[in-house]
Structures are given as structure tokens and as C-alpha cells.
Design a protein around this ligand. Structure first.
Ligand code: NAD
Length: 489
């Protein structure tokens, strides 16, 4: 065990060890010999303590004027901006995101804090004409209470903040349970809120084993809503529990995102964007480009451009300034990715680039995978149907734009898609027919903006939307008020 001091949970405005006293090391996926930090390995009792703190803090937080809550979020934004490099390096070391992208994510966190601080100053609710003489009828939006926030490891600044900021600004209190692969970054966010003067108990973080803590959080009677981002298997489990308790829930889950390349597209632009979408952050984005569906007329030319770019990618430890592609997050994830690569090699496609673990001392102690491209992949192959979450791209030929859309829609997921074309009519048809929540034209499947609604169709989401003003819908409930003059008017 390392000599680093263990970080406690952030509960009720204090740093507290796990009630079991257990701790776990967090290691750097670029070099597993490096211990990045040590965190509390908590128990359901710690979750209960966090929920009770959040419950206790709820009434006064709810009753605080929204502009006062906004000032705390604005202050947190300034503090996080001042600590951008520190938090980005921590993120990059704990979870393997290339440092340039990690900086971008922390900046997104700063912007999210500013954006939702702004919501504290905006109007909520409507005045509605009443049929009763002299009556005033209006709606107010009220918070739900204690909200459980369960997040994945792949965006450990952005996702906790794009859920917690709207929860907080609308007057809810929060218990965040981050993924076991990225707890230190979540604790850094807690320390930002601490420095910003967040009242004790309003924001809490508990680190430890996902299933035990997650269950304890959803089952606690004081928790009134749970917002989750992660895999479909865990999402379905959370939905069942939340429905049984009758609490509000929101699920954002997997993707199998396609880029469609039509014959008239700017192929260099399309190849740059498809490679970026597929390979940046080792394909570990829910919106990563996993399939490129290409009209046959340009298939050879496009394949050549994509393969040439894949071979040039700089695979490096995540904190290396040159890193375009870092490691995947852990050994289990690497094994899963390699198993899919084996399926590809065994006949689901033809290997055109990568296909293994890069060789050399630089890669010996990390979870690296080569940027891998398969061509001639059948649309029903497992590598073309299942979420891989690794730097693996499948090229699928299509005979027509209509068939390309049909192939794109032929998966269970519906998160994000791109179309590359200069033909406006084709673009309009695609916008109408594609079954995804995030529709892009000549742009990457990943890299969506937080001020707009975010979420998927089909198995990618529970039909709710996050971010932007859409967040109001999940994190508030509506009260309709009628005030009639006593004795009429
Ligand atoms: P995961 O489902 O394994 O874990 C997500 C969170 O759930 C973690 O905090 C984990 O500890 C917790 N958890 C695990 N078991 C639980 C249980 N029984 N009850 C409650 N919580 C439990 O997902 P992951 O591996 O961290 O993330 C990768 C997945 O997330 C991919 O499928 C990816 O597509 C998805 N994702 C989706 C979006 C989106 O917005 N749609 C964004 C990022 C990631």
C-alpha cells in the first residue's frame, strides 16, 4: 500500500474516512506502477450518513434565494478555473485521458458552473390566465429533495458537474457516487465546492464499490431522484429499483454511433473527423464514432485516408503533451477491447490498421491498444452492433444513402450520428430519418455542447434529456398556484 494519505469522503462539509476504515489505491492506467492517490473504500453506512447530511441541508438550501445559490456556483467556477491545470493533470493521471483533452474537460466544467449559475437569475414558471374572476394563476418549479448522482469514469469532471450543477441551482441537495476508476477527480470537485463556501451537506461525495454504494443510495428513503450515466446493464438495474420505490430517475447509457460518408462528401474533412471521433480518448466516449458507413463509390478512397491517419496517430502516456491516444482505463477494459479485435480478425471484418497492443517500453506498464480499423464489416457483425468502448473503427459499405441510414439505425442504441455531405436535400432526409438524439452534419459524433439538450433515442437513454435548459425538467417539479381574491372582486 502506498504512503500517500487517503482521501476521505466529503460528507456534511467534512472529510471523513470510510466507516470500515478501508482504503484503495488509484493507479495510473498509463503506468500502473504509479499510485495517483488513495481513497476511502466506503460502505452503505457512509452512503446513509451522506444522504442524511443532504436531507438535513435541504430545507435551508431550497429556501436560499436562487441568486445566492448562483453566487456560490459562480465562485466555484472561478476556483476551478484557477485550478484547471492541477485538476486536468489529476484527471489525466487517474483515468488516462490525454492531457489536452483533460484540460478541455476541466474548462467545460468551469463553463458548466457559470452556465448553471446563470440559471439562478432566470425566470422559472409561467403565469396562466385563470377563468376565475380576479384570480392569479401561476406555476413555480420546486426542487425534488436529495438527488443521487451516479457517474461513469470517462468524464469525471464534466458528467458529475452537468448533473450536480442543475440539481444544486434549482435547490436540490446532492450525494455523488463517482465511478471507482475516477474517484480522485470527484473529490477535487468537492474541494472546489468546499472552497467556494457551499453550505455543509449540500454536496456530498462517497467513494467505493459501485454496486453496494449505488444500491444503498437508490434504496435510501430520503433520496427522491437518481440521475445515472453508465452502462445499459447497470442502468436497467437502477431503473427497476427506482420504479419500485416510485422515485424519479434519469438514465444516459451506451452508444454505437455511426458516421455516414456520402459520395459527394469532402473526404479529407470526413476522414479527419471520423478518426478524431473514433480514436480520441481511445474511443471511450459514449458518443465516440464506432462505425463509418461509406457509399461504395468513395469507399476505397475514404478507406485509404482513414487508414493512413490511423497509422500516424501518436499513442503516448496520457500526460505526454503529444498524446492523441492514451491508454484505456483498466486491464478489464483492455481485455474486452482485445476480444472484440479478435472477433474482427476472425472474420467479422478485414484488419486494415492496428489490431493489437503497441510494442515498446513506453507501453509496457499501461493499458494501451493500437488504433484499429476494420474494413468490409457486415452491419450485423458483433463489432458493428455492440459497444466496444475502445479505439476500434468498423468501415461498412453502403449501396445508397437510404441504405446507409438503414444500417446506421440497425442497432439497439440511438445516441449520436454524423452525416458527411454537401447535398442539402440528403442532409434533410437524414435529419428526418436518423434515430438518434444527437444529429450532426459534417461534424463529429462526439464533442457535443453542454448548453443544448443531450441524450439518446432507443436504448441509449430513458427518454429524458440532460444539460442546457432541458435539465430543468428532471431536477424540478411543478407546483400550480391559484390565488383568488377573498370574497371575489
Ligand atoms: P458502469 O455502468 O459500469 O458504471 C457507472 C456507474 O454506476 C459507476 O459509478 C458505477 O460504480 C455505478 N454502479 C455500478 N454498479 C451499480 C449498481 N448495481 N447500482 C448502482 N450503481 C452502480 O459504466 P462505466 O463503465 O463507468 O461507463 C461506461 C459506460 O457509460 C458506457 O456504456 C458508456 O456508453 C456510458 N456513458 C454514457 C454517457 C451518456 O451520456 N449517454 C456518457 C458517458 C458514458
Amino acid at each position: 500500500m502506498s504512503t500517500l494519505e487517503a482521501k476521505g469522503n466529503w460528507i456534511g462539509g467534512a472529510w471523513r474516512p470510510s466507516s470500515s476504515g478501508e482504503v484503495r489505491e488509484v493507479r495510473n492506467p498509463s503506468n500502473v506502477d504509479e499510485v495517483v492517490g488513495v481513497v476511502a473504500w466506503s460502505t452503505p453506512a457512509d452512503v446513509a450518513a451522506a444522504v442524511e447530511s443532504a436531507e438535513k441541508a435541504f430545507r435551508s438550501w431550497k429556501n436560499m434565494p436562487a441568486p445566492s445559490r448562483a453566487r456560490i456556483l459562480s465562485k466555484a467556477a472561478d476556483i476551478l478555473a484557477g485550478r484547471l491545470e492541477e485538476v486536468a493533470r489529476l484527471l489525466s493521471r487517474e483515468q488516462g485521458k490525454p492531457i489536452g483533452e483533460a484540460r478541455g474537460e476541466v474548462q467545460r466544467g468551469v463553463d458548466l458552473l457559470h452556465y448553471y449559475a446563470g440559471e439562478g437569475w432566470r425566470s422559472l414558471g409561467h403565469v396562466i390566465p385563470s377563468a376565475a374572476p380576479g384570480a392569479l394563476m401561476f406555476t413555480v418549479r420546486e426542487p425534488l429533495g436529495v438527488v443521487g448522482v451516479i457517474t461513469p469514469w470517462n468524464f469525471p469532471v464534466a458528467i458529475p458537474l452537468w448533473k450536480s450543477c442543475p440539481a444544486l441551482i434549482f435547490g436540490n441537495t446532492v450525494v455523488l457516487k463517482p465511478a471507482a476508476d475516477a474517484p480522485l477527480t470527484a473529490l477535487a470537485i468537492a474541494s472546489v465546492f468546499e472552497e467556494a463556501g457551499m453550505p455543509p451537506g449540500v454536496f456530498n461525495v462517497v467513494t467505493g464499490p459501485g454496486s453496494q454504494l449505488g444500491d444503498a443510495l437508490i434504496q435510501h428513503e430520503a433520496v427522491k431522484a437518481v440521475t445515472f450515466t453508465g452502462s445499459n446493464a447497470v442502468g436497467a438495474h437502477i431503473a427497476r429499483q427506482a420504479a419500485a420505490r416510485g422515485i424519479k430517475y434519469q438514465l444516459e447509457m451506451g452508444g454505437k454511433n455511426a458516421a455516414i460518408v456520402l459520395a459527394d462528401a469532402d473526404l479529407d474533412h470526413a476522414a479527419d473527423v471520423v478518426i478524431s471521433g473514433a480514436m480520441r480518448f481511445a474511443g471511450q466516449k459514449c458518443t465516440a464514432t464506432s462505425r463509418a458507413i461509406v457509399e461504395r463509390g468513395v469507399l476505397d478512397a475514404f478507406t485509404e485516408k482513414v487508414v493512413e491517419r490511423a497509422r500516424r496517430i501518436a499513442v503516448r502516456p496520457a500526460t505526454d503533451e503529444e498524446a492523441y491516444l492514451g491508454p484505456v482505463v483498466n486491464e478489464a477494459q483492455r481485455q474486452k477491447v482485445l476480444e472484440y479485435i479478435e472477433l474482427g480478425k476472425a472474420g467479422e471484418g478485414k484488419l486494415a490498421a492496428g489490431g493489437g497492443i503497441p510494442e515498446g517500453d513506453l507501453y509496457a506498464r499501461g493499458f494501451f491498444v493500437e488504433p484499429t480499423v476494420f474494413v468490409d464489416v457486415r452491419p450485423d457483425a458483433r463489432i458493428a452492433q455492440e459497444e466496444i468502448f475502445g479505439p476500434v473503427l468498423s468501415l461498412i459499405p453502403a449501396d445508397s444513402p437510404e441504405q446507409a441510414i438503414e444500417i446506421a439505425n440497425g442497432v439497439k442504441y440511438g445516441l449520436s450520428a454524423s452525416l458527411f455531405t454537401n447535398d442539402l436535400t440528403r442532409a434533410m432526409q437524414y435529419i428526418r430519418d436518423i434515430e438518434v438524439g444527437m444529429v450532426r452534419v459534417n461534424a463529429e459524433t462526439a464533442g457535443v455542447e453542454f448548453q443544448a439538450p443531450f441524450g439518446g433515442y432507443k436504448a441509449s437513454s430513458s427518454y429524458s434529456r440532460e444539460q442546457g435548459r432541458a435539465a430543468i425538467e428532471f431536477f424540478t417539479q411543478v407546483k400550480t398556484v391559484t390565488i383568488a381574491p377573498a370574497g371575489g372582486c
